[in-house]
Ligand binder design. Structure first.
Ligand SMILES: NC(=O)c1ccc[n+]([C@@H]2O[C@H](COP(=O)([O-])OP(=O)(O)OC[C@H]3O[C@@H](n4cnc5c(N)ncnc54)[C@H](O)[C@@H]3O)[C@@H](O)[C@H]2O)c1
Length: 459
């Protein structure tokens, strides 16, 4: 006889970036949380109160909730689900070759969970899934005594705990109003905006949010290219545009483009989903293309800055993770640019404060070192790929002194170009004015950076 479901007990399926942060956060708020995880290493780490992923503050939080007994990692689904009022599904939805969201993990997790769930349990889908998935899962479950809701996640890796404690909004979509309210009560405080809707709208709120932000980045990257062609400076343009409250300054920073575990797969999945319904989502196709070109523009700046060839040249790469404060290497721009540079004959020495272990299997030809000064020693040029504060705060006089060449290509528009130029470096970026002795004149920078993009295979 199944135990009565109780909302004080929560089961989270999947101890990844989303599942683990959600589980630890709910346990901190006083719920009894069981995390079902199939990966034995991840499970063992969580059981020992150790986080298997890097996320600032998660180690301290997890240690406390595991020690208090409020969070437990389990292997068996029945142990996780039995007695839980709400089952949160936070497994991966990686892209298929065709760009669709692969729902295999979600289907397997849901199939197993519904076998053990008592009547009245709510199955909350936190994985990012295409429109219509939550309804299809409910219909396919052959259980009309369970409620299915879509409970999209908006956390940002690197500041996930802050986002969990003070969410920008809590969105829950479903056809059973009582189930939607139960899930909406899980997170956020009295001031949190809660948007309750149908499950398809909730699915599209998640995809639409990521696709919109990615498109905003691609737009400003196109503007950065035009700044190079006309002699304007993208920082001034972004600041000026961002002062309009209807536009806002966030996600108007030009650079290497978007990457990570969500934007690339979600933009493609939304575009593919639209295609499935007979719609060509042209804007997203363009945003994807601009993003691909942006990596090549960065590579081209290094090629041209080093006189047209990378053969036998040594290039230091600072930063590998797709953004600072995470070790996540999924769809990190670093992987594409390092492979392009290597294919063009460069020897790459790369560094990152936390992502080296995850980068190693992806970059087998690359020397990976922990110390940025070691990476810079003897380099003909350096490329900034992740905007980690420690790279801005390097002693750039020392860094340039260790290098063989003087070229600094800032793929994140993050360093102070005047500081680099003050130490005799040549500073190129993604749409800022070039700085330093021998730097190309405005307009000419465009030629070096944007037109003659080498055609290299993207791995
Ligand atoms: N990472 C983010 O910043 C983020 C933000 C918002 C939404 N999302 C979405 O959340 C979902 C999860 O993302 P993630 O980054 O946490 O993924 P992840 O790959 O880091 O974690 C998924 C975890 O689920 C486990 N798992 C898979 N199948 C299982 C099963 N049947 N039983 C138990 N455990 C199982 C895996 O072993 C893995 O540990 C995805 O749909 C993603 O798009 C991610």
């Amino acid at each position: 006889m199944a135990q009565e479901p109780d909302d004080r007990v929560i089961c989270v399926i999947g101890a990844g970036y989303v599942g683990l942060v959600t589980a630890a956060g709910l346990a901190e708020l006083g719920r009894e949380v069981r995390v079902v995880e199939i990966d034995p290493e991840r499970r063992a780490a969580v059981s020992a109160g150790l986080t298997p992923i890097y996320e600032p503050g998660l180690d301290v939080m997890l240690e406390a909730v595991v020690a208090s007994g409020r969070l437990r990692a389990v292997e068996a689904m029945d142990e996780g689900v039995t007695g839980a009022g709400i089952v949160i599904v936070a497994v991966g939805t990686p892209p298929t070759r065709d760009g669709e969201a692969d729902l295999t993990q979600v289907r397997e997790a849901v199939d197993e969970a519904v076998r053990h769930a008592a009547p009245g349990t709510v199955i909350a889908i936190k994985s990012t899934v295409p429109p219509g998935t939550t309804r299809a899962l409910q219909r396919g479950s052959s259980r009309d005594d369970l409620a299915f809701v879509m409970f999209p996640e908006f956390l940002r890796e690197g500041s996930a705990l802050e986002d969990l404690r003070r969410p920008s909004r809590v969105v829950v979509g479903g056809e059973d109003a009582a189930a939607v309210s139960r899930v909406a009560a899980l997170l956020g405080g009295p001031d949190t905006t809660r948007l309750l809707c149908d499950s398809v709208s909730a699915e599209l709120i998640k995809y639409g949010s990521n696709a919109f932000l990615a498109t905003k980045i691609s737009f400003i990257n196109e503007m950065a290219q035009l700044c190079e062609l006309t002699g304007a400076d993208i920082e001034e343009v972004s600041d000026g545009m961002g002062l309009d409250p209807r536009i806002g300054r966030s996600f108007l920073s030009a650079g290497l483009g978007w990457g990570g575990s969500c934007f690339p797969k979600d933009v493609r999945a939304l575009e593919t989903s639209a295609g499935y319904h007979g719609q060509s989502f042209w804007l997203l196709k363009a945003a994807i293309e601009v993003n691909t070109q942006q990596r090549r523009r960065f590579t081209a700046k290094l090629v041209h800055g080093l006189g047209g060839s990378l053969e036998g040249r040594r290039v230091a790469i600072l930063g590998l993770a797709f953004k600072p404060f995470t070790d996540d290497m999924r769809q990190a721009p670093a992987v594409e640019v390092v492979r392009q540079l290597e294919d063009l004959g460069a020897e790459i020495v790369a560094t990152d404060p936390v992502a080296i272990d995850r980068a190693r299997p992806l970059l087998p030809r690359t020397s990976l070192v922990a110390d940025p000064y070691e990476a810079l020693t003897g380099a003909d040029a350096v490329g900034i790929v992740t905007d980690w504060p420690e790279y801005r705060d390097l002693d750039w006089g020392r860094a340039l002194g260790l290098m063989k060449g003087r070229l600094v290509v800032d793929g994140r528009n993050y360093l102070d170009g005047e500081v680099i130029a003050g130490h005799g470096g040549i500073y190129l970026s993604m749409g800022r004015r070039p700085r330093g002795p021998g730097a190309p004149l405005p307009g000419a920078a465009a030629e070096a950076g944007s037109r003659a993009v080498p055609s290299v295979p993207l791995g």
